[in-house]
Design a protein around this ligand. Structure first.
Ligand SMILES: [Ca+2]
Length: 381
């Protein structure tokens, strides 16, 4: 079974209550169900998706009307608060809450929450000023998209009306795909969605009716169904995920970098590059460039994500824009520019360019052998 879940039940206004709960990955508890229909459920996995159904009889019928009750995101404390319709003071009400605790295959949950975005340790201007970003929960690919996964989706796409624009390259099936433009990877995300029967994220206009499947289109922020299908992470989503729950340090694991931690180009130019081996990673400097590594070779970060630092850089959604100091919620970058942002450094980049908060400007047309991507999937689909 793809999703492990359980039901918790409690009656409201009529004061009849019971709970069906056993020890599993999460054990939702209905903490309050008021006579006004307000329901509070706790003990869910922070950032996970819960669904609420209600009925006036334990025999049902159960309904999740009005819309939205079936996809409620638990807050950072693992709680949800929703309003269930009240039929009458004299009619008993029953509610059930289901918490979905398992991420889709190959993905991990990045819980909702705020973090400090940017890096003040060494005064790199593009990463300043520090500011607070509140980011909604997402599922993210644990690994950079491999050449094998790229090809699997590409084959489907080519047979279903897409023109991805490139074959992409990869040193081996289990290495990250690279030499893919921003346009290529955005269309690929749509193809991955449609291949799985999901509503795609990216469209050809603000009407969000025609799915983006071919050509080089500068998809705008309001041409996106942000909570549908696979898509690129925004910069904020990427950086929060990359930090793995830690803060105030250069890298997800701490402040220094070595070849035992990531696939990058080591030099003696930075005090925090403490690798005993210098130059390209000795294990992967084989067979000609690019010197990528198999995904998952190095230890994951605090969220279970691999290669957020090193291996290949990763396309993000945003047009490049200067940071401001104000707090933001789910920032998506400017409405237009000439460059999209990529993140996370690569096999050919020095320690500096592999810092968690470092931002690189890339022409969306660009195809490089140190640049790939990973996708995210908003919860509740
Ligand atoms: Ca990287």
């Amino acid at each position: 079974m793809k999703n492990r879940f359980q039901w918790t039940m409690m009656a409201g206004a009529a004061a009849l209550a019971w709970t069906v709960a056993t020890a599993q990955a999460q054990a939702p508890v209905i903490a309050a169900f008021g006579s006004n229909g307000e329901l509070v459920c706790t003990n869910l996995q922070p950032g996970s998706t819960a669904s609420v159904v209600w009925a006036s009889s334990l025999l049902g019928p159960w309904t999740n009307s009005p819309p939205g009750l079936d996809a409620v995101t638990a807050d950072t404390n693992g709680s949800i608060r929703v309003s269930v319709p009240v039929l009458s003071w004299s009619v008993p009400m029953f509610c059930r809450v289901r918490g979905v605790s398992t991420a889709p295959a190959g993905m991990v949950l990045i819980p909702a929450g705020s973090f400090t975005m940017g890096d003040s340790l060494d005064g790199y201007a593009l990463s300043l000023p520090l500011h607070t970003a509140q980011v909604s929960a997402i599922y993210m690919d644990q690994h950079q998209v491999t050449k094998a996964l790229w090809d699997e989706v590409r084959l489907w796409a080519n047979n279903n009306g897409y023109d991805l624009g490139t074959n992409g390259s990869g040193k081996a099936a289990n290495h990250p795909v690279h030499t893919v433009s921003w346009y290529d990877v955005v269309k690929w995300c749509n193809a991955r969605s449609e291949k799985e029967g999901r509503v795609p994220a990216y469209y050809t206009s603000a009407a969000v009716t025609t799915v983006y499947r071919s050509g080089e289109l500068d998809v705008a922020n309001d041409w996106v169904k942000w909570n549908s299908g696979y898509r690129l992470p925004t910069e904020a989503e990427w950086e929060k995920a990359a930090r793995g729950g830690a803060s105030g340090q250069r890298f997800p694991w701490g402040n220094n970098i070595t070849h035992s931690l990531a696939n990058y180009y080591s030099t003696n130019s930075y005090t925090y590059d403490t690798s005993p081996t210098r130059g390209y990673h000795p294990s992967f400097q084989v067979g000609g460039m690019p010197y990528t590594s198999p995904v998952g070779y190095f230890a994951p970060n605090g969220y279970g994500l691999y290669d957020m630092i090193g291996n290949v850089c990763e396309w993000c959604w945003d047009w490049y824009g200067s940071y401001s100091s104000g707090a933001q919620t789910d920032p998506r970058g400017p409405t237009s520019n000439s460059y999209r942002v990529d993140r996370g450094g690569s096999w050919g980049g020095a320690a500096f360019s592999n810092r968690t908060a470092l931002r690189v400007l890339g022409s969306p047309k660009g195809r490089y052998w140190n640049l790939g991507f990973r996708s995210i999937l908003p919860p509740g689909q």
